[in-house]
Design a protein around this ligand. Structure first.
Ligand SMILES: [Cu+2]
Length: 172
């Protein structure tokens, strides 16, 4: 595990001060960093979605291959595809995170789909999730719940272009 050892060295060199300064929302395993995880507020029994940013600071290509948690009956990795002019969600096996790349899970794109919420997600709540990466292994994160209409920092980047209002399929 060359990456893990390098990370340990780096942490030792950086000292404890830095560990304290790392925001709560940042999680790290191997060369993979996850930050800014958030979930949209939703009712118990309905579906939800989690968005986050994955950064691969290592030299090995990796991929997010699963998300687990007890917040929902089923948790899947989803993407959006355009079909006959309508955005639709599709489950996918993996979300590639190439070496050096930053991959954003955001509304209108990749997301972690929470199907059948076991509890209501209220603004300010924290949703614990376990993310499984092909190479970096598993990582525990907490997604912060935001208001139902939140679009995150992807807002205004044209992600809604081509989405068909009224169909509602592209909601997540
Ligand atoms: Cu979805």
């Amino acid at each position: 595990m060359r990456i893990a050892r390098r990370t340990v060295h780096w942490l030792a060199a950086a000292g404890l001060l830095l560990a304290v300064a790392v925001p709560l929302t940042l999680a790290r395993a191997g060369g993979i960093e996850v930050e800014g995880a958030w979930a949209r507020a939703a009712m118990k029994g309905s579906n939800g979605a989690v968005f986050l940013t994955i950064r691969n600071t290592g030299t090995v290509d990796d991929a997010l291959v699963a998300a687990r948690g007890d917040v929902a009956g089923t948790i899947e990795l989803h993407t959006h595809v355009m079909e006959e002019g309508v955005m639709k969600m599709r489950p996918i096996e993996r979300i590639p995170v190439p070496a050096g790349a930053t991959v954003e899970l955001k509304p209108g794109g990749y997301h972690v789909m929470l199907i059948g919420l076991e509890r209501e997600l209220r603004e300010g709540d924290r949703v614990p999730l376990e993310l499984a990466f092909e190479k970096a292994g598993t990582m525990h994160i907490e997604a912060e719940v935001r208001a139902a209409g939140a679009l995150g920092h992807g807002m205004g980047d044209g992600m809604h272009r081509g989405m068909s209002p009224g169909h509602g399929a592209g909601r997540y």
